[in-house]
Design a protein around this ligand. Sequence first.
Ligand SMILES: Cc1cc2nc3c(=O)[nH]c(=O)nc-3n(C[C@H](O)[C@H](O)[C@H](O)COP(=O)(O)O)c2cc1C
Length: 187
Amino acid sequence: MKTLIVLAHPRRQSLSGQVADAFATGATAKGHEVEFADLISEGSDPVLREADEPDWDNPDKVYSAEVRREMARIERNEATVMVFPIWWWSMPAILKGWMDRVWNNGWAYGARQFPQKRAWMIGVCGSNAAAYAKRGYDGAIETQLGVGILDYCRIAERRMELLYGSMEGDAKLHQILAQARSLGESF
Ligand SMILES: Cc1cc2nc3c(=O)[nH]c(=O)nc-3n(C[C@H](O)[C@H](O)[C@H](O)COP(=O)(O)O)c2cc1C
């Protein structure tokens, strides 16, 4: 399956970048083809301006050239996997802005449906699973991102995966990268 891997991190060699690579290694080993979108190094603009504001009365609104290029990048793939660090129990603003602009009315939701049937999100968490469970952040993230975005866009094969404990030492880092690779293999 041709897969767009969207990375939202200021450093390509960050753990999130390595998670994206490990996922890609696993996925390509199983015959998938991957293309990377590194939003920050590409200079992606997260601010939704008037040109990309949805017109609720017009599902055929023509969005900005940048957004149309991003839509085409998704359309030439069959699946999308977004890899990002969890910042403030959510996604980084760069990815949020990319979704605000690109996953737009009449294309991702509304009169039409997101053009791929599979989209995953992989969030890299500083804290461990117990810390997330203690305050319900795990469920909140699943509801907000998994249901609120992926299910809202009627993506049949959706998954919101959290990889926990990036700030808990080397053993955890190895475990996170192994998990990322195995997610790629199971894709
Ligand atoms: C602005 C900011 C906010 C963060 N918020 C959270 C958070 O809410 N929960 C959490 O588990 N980790 C949080 N972290 C830690 C990141 O998740 C951690 O840096 C990341 O998992 C490490 O991988 P990286 O090398 O890809 O940054 C935050 C980090 C930053 C920089």
